[in-house]
Design a protein around this ligand. Structure first.
Ligand SMILES: [Zn+2]
Length: 442
């Protein structure tokens, strides 16, 4: 087939077309296949509330982004936190719909996202109640619905996050021995307590039959390595992941006496990084979230904090045989992190995480990354926790990436460089799929 030359006139539509037709590898989500259970709505609320596959209008509306927003409009002085948390998911969703979508203009990104996903599903976003949406979702088969959402959002591979220290998650893996994996989903071994709370991790590991001691001794480290290896095998995990607070630093100063921090660093250097090296797996670190700053908001109560990019630099420098997938939560860290990525081939920066996952910030960050890193980064991940969110997060992000790329190609055309459609397709494939896959394979 004839390749098409880019011109100032056709470049926008060629970029749009390329982005729309490039299957996306979503490299970080909190989504699950139906084999992990799913809360099923009924008249009195939800059954199997421990199910991990979240989908449908009630889960979408009670997502913590929207919980935080509803408490700004109906504050806890009017509806106490305890009263909200006692409501069923159905009642919470009704409250959020009425407050944020009917009585107010749903202009925030989290609200707009709900409207986008309803529109993508062919539903009218102008309803005053949730009845017709609930009817639509009650007619869906979860397994088929995953295919439909993946098709509509352009995602062909979903990367999970599988926190092994969560009992619900762990039990489901252990009970799954004779069920095959779901080819649409890839696992990620999430191990926060090993690096953030060694005493708790050591106690749990001991309960599970590993000869781990309360101190990060040589024996403890060998047992943690054994544990990691067994779970990587069980999950067929494609990387190991951890989330860290803004205060996280590396290496610790010589005067550090904080036993938990010292144990975490020892575990990182002597257990986690060696296993990653041996298996050629990246360690993903998500840095900058401060948990439960407003505890009564539960999941909605987390805050952002500016973190220390030099810790990432030190990590990449001291462990050149390891690979690091890094995202940071604070807008103020993005430029420095981008410059750090110019120095280290073992550092892959990814996504516009959580509070950065807003169009104005995605566009700003993507433009800066293109200018500093060319096409050698991963512009976005969905971080979706409710399946339906794929239906808005990817279209919204694609539009930002499209504007940033189109302007950059225009700048190149002004130099007299010849560009073609197939070059655009190659760039888009790197950004939405291959940079991640190639980094895994490296
Ligand atoms: Zn996440």
């Amino acid at each position: 087939m004839e390749d098409i030359n880019l011109t100032l006139e056709n470049v926008a539509s060629i970029v749009q077309h390329a982005l729309l037709h490039q299957p996306i590898t979503d490299m970080h989500t909190h989504l699950y296949p139906p084999t992990f259970g799913t809360p099923v709505p009924n008249r009195t609320g939800h059954t199997d509330t421990s199910g991990l596959m979240l989908w449908g209008i009630d889960q979408t509306l009670t997502y913590h982004y929207l919980v935080a927003e509803v408490f700004r409009v109906v504050p806890a002085t009017q509806l106490p936190f305890e009263a909200f948390w006692k409501m069923t998911v159905t009642q919470q969703a009704d409250h959020i719909w009425k407050t944020l979508f009917v009585q107010r203009t749903p202009i925030s990104e989290a609200c707009r996202g709900v409207l986008t996903l309803l529109e993508r599903l062919g539903l009218d976003p102008n309803e005053k109640t949730l009845d017709s949406y609930r009817r639509f979702f009650s007619q869906q088969n979860p397994d088929d619905y995953i295919n439909r959402v993946m098709e509509l959002s352009g995602v062909n591979s979903i990367t999970m996050t599988n926190p092994v220290f969560d009992d619900n998650e762990r039990q489901r893996w252990l009970g799954m021995a004779n069920r095959g994996p779901d080819a649409r989903f890839k696992a990620v071994l999430r191990i926060d307590p090993i690096l953030r709370d060694y005493p708790t991790a050591a106690r749990r590991l001991h309960e599970w039959g590993y000869a781990v001691e309360p101190q990060p001794s040589a024996q403890s480290m060998a047992e943690v390595r054994r544990f990691l290896g067994e779970w990587l095998d069980r999950q067929q995990a494609i990387y190991i992941a951890i989330s860290l607070p803004p205060e996280w630093t590396y290496p610790l100063g010589p005067g550090t006496t904080d036993a938990a921090a010292l144990a975490g660093q020892t575990m990182l250097e002597q257990a986690v990084l060696p296993v990653c090296r041996q298996r050629k797996l990246p360690l993903a670190m998500m840095i900058g979230s401060r948990l439960r700053v407003q505890p009564q908001l539960r999941d909605a109560g987390d805050m952002v904090g500016r973190a220390d990019v030099s810790a990432v630099v030190n990590l990449c420098l001291r462990h050149p045989e390891n690979k690091f997938l890094i995202t940071m939560l604070a807008r103020e860290n993005q430029h420095e992190l981008c410059v750090a990525a110019r120095k280290f081939g073992n550092l892959m920066i990814f996504g516009c995480w959580w509070f950065l996952n807003n169009p104005s910030l995605i566009e700003e960050i993507t433009r800066m990354r293109l200018e500093l890193l060319g096409t050698s980064f991963i512009p976005q991940h969905s971080d979706a926790r409710v399946l339906d969110q794929l239906l808005y997060k990817w279209p919204h992000s694609r539009a930002c990436i499209q504007r940033a790329l189109t302007d950059k190609y225009r700048d190149l055309l002004h130099t007299g460089l010849r560009l073609t459609q197939s070059q655009v397709q190659r760039d888009v494939r790197l950004l939405l799929a291959d940079n991640f896959k190639d980094f895994l394979a490296r």
